[in-house]
Design a protein around this ligand. Structure first.
Ligand SMILES: Cc1cc2nc3c(=O)[nH]c(=O)nc-3n(C[C@H](O)[C@H](O)[C@H](O)COP(=O)(O)O)c2cc1C
Length: 183
């Protein structure tokens, strides 16, 4: 299975970090990060994306690299995730603006009817954000804001992160037991 994980410049780099840690070695993994994402990743997790990815079996592409296979619909990818997804990236994707590799990859996922999950992180949400999300949800994109549940009695931040990452994995069809399910 091939999965593209795109990291944009919203708060919540830890979700991308945990998702990549879980998928590493299990699927063929392709990573793109925006310039803002690189800064926020270092700020929020204490490690640079470069160092974090250093020992991972992933293929990493710069966000201006339209020569990446992710930029072409003829390169088959099973699922794409933008995590976290800023409202700027949400807007670009909702409007078909393929100005960087993240937007282009999302656009390819949509045009090829492939699974696409946007982990949109902003609060409160304006009517513009909500309209962009609705537009995408109507055409089959999964809008998965990183909203924790409390019925599973999380004890740590890791529990909360794992719940969100587990829900992303469920949507893209990857077996996992990293969070406590309602039974
Ligand atoms: C520390 C920090 C946290 C941010 N958090 C968010 C956020 O949660 N959601 C969001 O939409 N934008 C957030 N932003 C603003 C985006 O980074 C900014 O709009 C940027 O242009 C997004 O670009 P990108 O989507 O290409 O990464 C944050 C910026 C900084 C510096």
């Amino acid at each position: 299975m091939r999965v593209g994980v795109c990291i944009s410049g919203a708060s919540g780099a830890v979700y991308a970090k945990r998702l990549i840690e879980f998928l590493d070695g299990k699927v063929e993994l392709f990573i793109v990060a925006s310039d803002e994402a690189k800064k926020i990743f270092k700020d929020e997790t204490g490690i640079s994306i470069d160092n974090f990815l250093n020992d991972k079996k992933v293929k990493y592409y710069e966000n201006d690299d339209f020569y990446s296979p992710l930029a072409s619909g003829s390169f088959k990818v099973d699922a794409g995730v933008v995590v976290p997804c800023s409202v700027k990236s949400l807007s670009a994707i909702a409007n078909g603006f393929s100005g960087n590799l993240i937007y282009r990859f999302a656009d390819v996922c949509i045009k090829e009817h492939r699974k696409l999950v946007l982990v949109v992180r902003e609060t409160p949400l304006s009517p513009i954000h909500l309209e962009n999300m609705l537009k995408l949800a109507r055409i089959g994109v999964t809008i998965l804001p990183p909203i924790p549940a409390f019925y599973n009695k999380p004890r740590t931040i890791d529990d909360i992160v794992d719940f969100v990452v587990g829900r992303i994995l469920d949507v893209i069809g990857i077996e996992n037991s990293i969070y406590k399910r309602w039974a």
